[in-house]
Design a protein. Structure first.
Length: 312
């Protein structure tokens, strides 16, 4: 079925960053690249506007592919830059999304696949074996470091340019369902890896924000600590917080077995009775526990009866 230029422009306008117009024209490598980079990182799909008439003509057989004459494609600086950029992009996504895989394996593999994808855009292609060989050999020099994606991508891109060629003509491709199936699998594999990387980035960002907040609050914490230390060294009990005083009062009543707010007579009577029960001389078989309880009772009595005696 002949391809319509108006339909191609419509798909370009509606789903250009997702490569819908490339799927319509049978340019699956270009479509997958646009799907994984959102149209060449959000802006390169605008460049497609000027090339759509030529691509539609090629898809309809009006113009023959340049590979028909059997020449080697001309060196393209734009394609080389795209190979390096996409190789770095794929390498970083793989490093973030697959941290449990050794870097010397995942980095060159991801970079090589990214470079080869750019090499396969349009009517050109390259030897994937040469690209992966250059990527893995370069990776050995940098021992899988994260920043190694830059030289790895550069080496793989140079290898792709040296082995560039036009696609073979007359090879029947699969039908649309099979093409969509393969594109979907590739997108899911990349998206799952990217999602894991995004979760790691968000977790790291949250930790950095928490650390930044702690640093910003550090001066306030220091001032508060100085105030507390100075207040404690002054030894003025009037400056103690009311909440702490209420907790000590409640604890004292519990030790004496009295409800909060009991009268002074009840406090004195309960103290006298409990002191007789827990006096160390009467509990030699459990002297350590008796000594501890005896001291606690004395402190509780002083906490409750002391202010009252002073007031009286």
């Amino acid at each position: 079925m002949a391809k319509q230029l108006l339909v191609a422009y419509g798909l370009w306008a509606l789903g250009g960053p997702l490569g819908l117009h490339h799927i319509y024209l049978g340019r699956d490598s270009h479509a997958l690249l646009w799907m994984l980079t959102l149209g060449g990182f959000g802006c390169a799909w605008l460049w497609d506007f000027w090339h759509l008439p030529a691509w539609v003509a090629t898809a309809n057989g009006v113009t023959a592919p340049r590979g028909a004459r059997g020449r080697v494609p001309a060196l393209s600086g734009l394609r080389l830059a795209g190979q390096v950029a996409v190789g770095i992009y794929f390498g970083l996504v793989a490093a973030l999304g697959l941290p449990w895989v050794p870097g010397m394996l995942v980095q060159p593999l991801a970079v090589g696949l990214g470079v080869h994808l750019v090499s396969s855009v349009g009517d050109q292609t390259s030897e994937v074996l040469s690209i992966l060989t250059a990527a893995f050999l370069t990776s050995l020099l940098f021992q899988g470091r994260v920043l190694a994606v830059v030289p790895i991508s550069l080496a793989a891109s140079i290898a792709a340019q040296r082995r560039r060629r036009y696609r073979a003509r007359g090879v029947a491709g699969p039908g649309l369902p099979a093409r969509l199936y393969h594109l979907g699998l590739a997108w899911l594999a990349f998206a799952s890896c990217g999602l894991c990387g995004a979760i790691r980035v968000l977790g790291t960002g949250q930790a950095l924000l928490h650390a930044a907040g702690q640093v910003l609050l550090l001066p306030l914490r220091v001032v508060w600590l100085v105030v507390e230390v100075l207040g404690f060294s002054g030894g003025n009990p009037v400056q103690e917080s009311s909440s702490g005083w209420r907790e000590r009062q409640q604890r004292a009543y519990e030790l004496l077995g009295l409800p909060v707010g009991s009268s002074a007579e009840d406090v004195h009577r309960s103290y006298r009775e409990l002191v007789k029960v827990w006096h160390p001389d009467h509990n030699r078989h459990r002297a350590e526990e008796a000594q501890r309880r005896f001291i606690e009772l004395q402190e509780a009595y002083e906490e409750l009866a002391g202010p009252r005696r002073a007031a009286g």
